[in-house]
Ligand binder design. Sequence first.
Ligand code: GDP
Ligand code: IMO
Ligand code: MG
Length: 432
Amino acid sequence: MASVHGSALDGSCTVVVGCQWGDEGKGKIVDVLAGDVDVIARYQGGANAGHTVHVGDQHIVLHQVPSGVLHPRKRCLLGNGVVLDVAQFFGELDDLAERGIDPGGRIGISTRAHIVFPYHKALDLAAEDAARDKIGTTGRGIGPAYEAKTGRRGLRVADLLERGSVVDKVIRGVEWARARLRELRADPDLAGTVEEALKLSHRLPAVATDVGDEIARALKEGKRVLLEGAQGTALDVDHGSYPYVTSSNTTAGAAAVGTGIGPTAIDSVVGVVKAYTTRVGNGPLPTAFDDEMDKVVRELGAEFGATTGRPRRCGWFDAVLASYSARVNGLTGIAVTKLDVLDTLPELKIATGYRIEGLVQSLFPAGVRELEGAEPVYETLPGWQTPTTGARAMSDLPANARAYLQRIEDLVETPVVMVSVGTRRSQVICRQ
Ligand code: GDP
Ligand code: IMO
Ligand code: MG
């Protein structure tokens, strides 16, 4: 089959990374590119991710399983940087099998990946309940699981494989969680945690693997590898709108750390951006629409969280954030998604700077108060008011849509290598 990826997959090993506040359409882009690679590996995050893939009449939201899974014969891996909710993972595999997609022998999980236990979810919810400034987490236990990892209290897939000693380790985790939950004045029922943790562990030996070794061998054999990020750059624990972030490094540098390969193995980095901006959960969104426009675009773009169903806040395209993402991730190309959502708008705005305390700057600030107070400086472009959903080449797009993409390319100083114009796999333009 002829390659569909155009110039996006430059070299053997490509990272796909979100460049806004998550939900950029990474699942769709990974699904499109997966047809041309041999291995797809998630490198961080956990079941907080919701990656939507539409193929034929199937509409699937993946939380733990990599978005390449719908392509038969592709090897799908979860790297050591991922936190694994065992029940969620096997539940997803079973759901896929019921839909006639049996990823059985082609799924692998790093033995070094940390486990998310039910008590991590209880801690996540209790911490949010008790907090004055709530993050608005997904409640999937992500923060507490990564805290346990860096606090050196975590349990890994390798621990669950050592069945003899694991019970004691889980009990210690439960006890630690109980003490913390008491401080938070929460009293969830943790009875049955050990049994639940071990119930599905017998399925782990079949999937446990050394992901770094697998990827290194695949690359040596001349195969192609895609490293799939979750969340987005502005949710990165170091580079995002801290503290309103997730608890992992979401950026492209984490793809090496989170899979167990060296950074020199990575050849290209595709940054996914929506043609506008959205955010779910709390924290600043400088280019947020007014209430009326927010409602219009939320409806047009069906902007409701794929994991929690919460409405996503919507705003104009933020070139300050996108340029920052291009630098932090070392982008070699941009994939612009949901261009079609803007089809009916008479004019569009792009933020080219932030006015902070009277001064215009083009750098994404570190301080959350600065970001909260940032007033975007906009430039206005004409809309195209023509459907783009049928476009399969840049030349099929209306001139104003091409001009909009060109402006993004110029401001972000990175070539637009893919444009998505609908939810389906076929609704994409891959530039050669
Ligand atoms: P992810 O977390 O980055 O994978 O993104 P989500 O799956 O959470 O959210 C993206 C949503 O936009 C999903 O419902 C996709 O089906 C949808 N989507 C992706 N690309 C396009 C596109 O080009 N046009 C439209 N209209 N929807 C898209
Ligand atoms: P995908 O991979 C959008 C947000 C949450 C919250 C913050 C912290 O689908 O793009 P967490 O549960 O991670 O501790 O929540 O991060 N968040 C996401 N927002 N897309 C995601 O994933 C997200 N994963 C977490 O809403 O604001
Ligand atoms: Mg999502």
